[in-house]
Design a protein around this ligand. Structure first.
Ligand code: PEP
Ligand code: MN
Length: 336
């Protein structure tokens, strides 16, 4: 529910209103504009009598809004949010290129890939240490050792590091990780999201395999409700009836999310397609529809990668992709 206040509302009446709302367990978010102040009410607003509110002297108008997410909602925060990851800005016209292997395999590998992708213009390094694998017999990741390798690779390359967390018990290993990824399989791990909400650290939240955009935004809301507003969303493909590709990359999600939320939206064409030769065309398309960045899997020897080799680009192919994306960016859709 949104309450538009009259200009220069009486302070005593306003304090009284806020106190009353908080007394019935409604959170009040004030947003001061040039001429008007807007109150965003979060909680069970079904118990609020809209006519009673409208009748108050200090109130201009009251609207029930449909979306159940408030912190992530563009209606309350019209300006794009910029998320700072180390020295890299994500969102509001800053295009981010995250690259690296699916799994961290060794320090030599990470150093080599970091050097290569940085040369091609990547400004963050990805690498999975804790891996959510469909099979319990598949490589589960180097775990905490993998995080140590990422930290070493950052020392040499200077690139901020991105790695996936799967469970709150792993938080202790992520203190020195610049951007914590919540993978598709954990998008609705609500206990994890609540813990991440307590941090003051950027979170990369990937869309679940079978989740709507509203569900993605509600998951972002879980993190933001805890006070952590630094959330980057990622479209990484969803399950459809199509089997020719690993997932169906829903690029309409990018402009749709941009209209629904102020949070940055990046695209993962690697998991979105599962096929290396499709990564470049989908990366170009993602840039064209206005994505705030890309996350791309790059491996020095894709045929022998511990995970996701078939969708991994060689450093040379990544270099070619990065150049092509840069050529597209000046023509990218920027919204109405
Ligand atoms: C990954 O980034 O390696 C990963 C497992 O991604 P997703 O959660 O999108 O499948
Ligand atoms: Mn992967």
């Amino acid at each position: 529910m949104v309450v538009l206040l009259k200009q220069n509302p009486d302070k005593k009446q306003l304090d009284g209103l806020v106190q009353w709302l908080e007394g019935i367990k409604i959170q009040v978010h004030m947003s001061e504009g040039l001429h008007h102040t807007i109150m965003g009410l979060v909680g069970d607003t079904s118990i609020v009598d809209i006519d009673l509110l409208k009748a108050l002297e200090i109130v201009e108008d009251v609207k029930r809004i449909q979306e159940p997410y408030k912190n992530a909602n563009r209606k309350f925060h019209p300006m794009d949010t910029v998320v700072n990851v180390g020295n890299v800005k994500v969102g509001d016209g800053n295009f981010t290129m995250i690259a690296g292997p699916c799994s961290v395999e060794s320090l030599e590998q990470m150093k080599l890939i970091a050097k290569e992708v940085k040369k091609s213009g990547a400004n963050m390094l990805r690498g999975g240490a804790f891996k959510p694998r469909t099979s319990p017999y598949a490589f589960q990741g180097m775990r905490e050792k993998g995080i140590e390798v990422m930290i070493e690779a950052r020392k040499e390359s200077g690139l901020p590091i991105v790695s996936e967390i799967m469970d709150p018990s792993q938080l202790q290993f992520f203190e020195d990780v610049d951007l914590i990824q919540v993978g598709a399989r954990n998008m609705q791990n609500f206990e994890l999201l609540k813990e991440l909400g307590k941090l003051r650290k950027p979170i990369l939240l990937k869309r679940g395999l079978a989740n709507t955009l509203q569900e993605l935004l509600m998951s972002a809301e879980y993190i933001m409700a805890g006070g952590n507003e630094q959330v980057i969303l990622c479209e990484r493909g969803i399950r459809t009836f199509e089997t020719a590709t690993r997932n169906t990359l829903d690029l309409s999600a990018v402009p749709m999310l941009h209209s629904l939320t102020h949070l940055p939206v990046i695209v993962d064409p690697s998991h979105g397609t599962g096929i290396a030769k499709l990564v470049k065309p989908l990366a170009l398309a993602a840039a064209a529809v206005g994505a705030d960045g890309l996350i791309i899997e790059v491996h020095n020897d894709p045929a022998h990668a511990a995970s996701d080799g078939p969708q991994s680009l060689t450093p040379e192919a990544f270099d070619d992709l990065a150049k092509a994306v840069n050529n597209i960016l000046p023509f990218a859709y920027k919204g109405e």
